[in-house]
Design a protein around this ligand. Structure first.
Ligand code: C5P
Length: 396
């Protein structure tokens, strides 16, 4: 279950940092992609070379590389991660996390992380038992941080008591549990997702289509599946691999997509309509390749059926989410679609925004329902997908 998961491993200045090497190794061998951030003091306890070799990536310590000024973006790291694990976490780092101090890369990344965060405390028994440390750990718990409880036993100081970092194997189990917790929230639900561009044939060689890559829809299907939902992905043309645990139905034309969606919506709890469906299709599809002549050519087009509107008119208690890609009067047009197609909410992306739209890995969207307009900042399509699924969860 850790296969392909993005994990940031934060290491702070504690003698238990020697166990971070084994921890990193276990995460990588379980299939996770691991990026290591160290505090400056952590480098005294375990070398960057060891951690870079085990994680297969250079380790990160500073805000930028002093040699060439290259910026280590804590925002991008925070977006990239599925989980931020700080092991070992010292009393000092936990105190800073609890109060929002951000004086190193490990801490700024904590403030930017949108993923679950876990800490594995490591310190001497008296520091651990101190009322200030316990108060800070309680604050972190209230802030939603997972604490992997330290064990009792022999401590580096020579004393015996509670404070030694949990063993790497236990931390890996805790990581799995945290990631699957998120996964279970939509268990028992079934969603239909449309994605990609439809292909409207003109003749056996040519077609009408659009620039949609399918990335946004595939990210939504993946995010729903990650949270335990059963997902049927009705997909137009795309070159993307099928996300894990998703049932994929390939279609070509808008008419094929309409047929599949209408037939499959019945057993679903909701649908997310991400596909870029052609609005018009050739009235006649030539059986043979059309030969070019000297004159201009006209192709007569007829309207396709609106899949979203059909599902919207028959949705009953089911949830329906739509997309709107606009180039002008964005909110006005999106709100009109919201009511015309009977969506519960609509995801608006404007082609005027940098970093939004076709093909790229990022998007800038606004989530609009009948009462609220929520503008989200630039984020990865995967992150946008999770925001959409968060809203779906709230509405279910
Ligand atoms: O009207 P417009 O095409 O801009 O609406 C966009 C929304 O409607 C998207 O959610 C898209 O997937 C859906 N749609 C559809 N069937 C169509 C046209 C659009 O499901 N024929």
């Amino acid at each position: 279950m850790l296969k392909g998961k993005h994990i940031i491993l934060g290491i702070t200045g504690s003698i238990a940092a020697y166990k971070s090497a084994v921890l990193c190794r276990l995460l990588v061998s379980a299939g996770a992609e691991v990026r290591v951030i160290m505090t400056p003091l952590a480098k005294q306890f375990i070398t960057p070379l060891t951690m870079a070799t085990l994680s297969q990536h250079p380790i990160l310590v500073d805000f930028f590389n002093p040699e060439n000024g290259e910026w280590n973006s804590h925002v991008k790291l925070g977006e990239w991660a599925d989980l931020y694990l700080i092991a070992p976490a010292t009393a000092n780092t936990m105190a800073k996390m609890a109060t929002g101090v951000a004086d190193n890369l490990l801490l700024t990344t904590y403030l930017s992380a949108r993923c679950p965060v876990a800490v594995a405390p490591a310190m001497d028994l008296d520091m651990y038992a101190h009322v200030a440390t316990q108060r800070n750990m309680n604050s972190l718990r209230e802030d939603g941080v997972h604490i992997v409880e330290p064990g009792s036993g022999f401590l580096a100081s020579g004393l015996v008591g509670k404070g030694r970092m949990a063993e790497p194997e236990q931390i890996v189990e805790a990581v799995k549990a945290i990631l699957s917790e998120k996964k279970k929230s939509l268990e028992g639900k079934h969603f239909l997702v449309t994605a990609g561009a439809t292909i409207e044939p003109i003749d056996p060689v040519r077609f009408i289509s659009n620039h949609s890559s399918g990335k946004m829809g595939y990210a939504v299907a993946e995010a729903l599946a990650e949270r335990g939902a059963k997902v049927t992905l009705v997909s137009g043309r795309t070159s993307l691999p099928t996300p894990d645990g998703v049932e994929r139905v390939d279609v070509l034309s808008a008419e094929d997509m309409w047929q599949e969606c209408v037939a499959r919506f019945e057993g679903c709890d909701g649908a997310v309509m991400c596909a870029a469906v052609a609005d018009y299709t050739p009235c006649v599809v030539a059986e043979q390749k059309l030969k070019k002549g000297d004159d201009d050519m006209k192709i007569e087009l007829r309207r396709t059926k609106d899949i979203a509107a059909t599902l919207g008119a028959n949705k009953g208690g089911r949830l329906l989410v739509g997309f709107a890609m606009e180039t002008e009067h964005e909110q006005e047009h999106a709100k009109a679609k919201l009511s015309r197609k009977n969506f519960d909410f609509i995801v608006l992306n404007s082609l005027r925004e940098a970093g939004a739209g076709f093909r790229g890995d990022t998007n800038v969207v606004t989530l609009i329902d009948k009462d609220n307009v929520e503008a989200l900042p630039l984020m990865s399509k995967r992150e946008v997908a999770h925001k959409i699924v968060d809203k779906i969860e709230n509405l279910l």
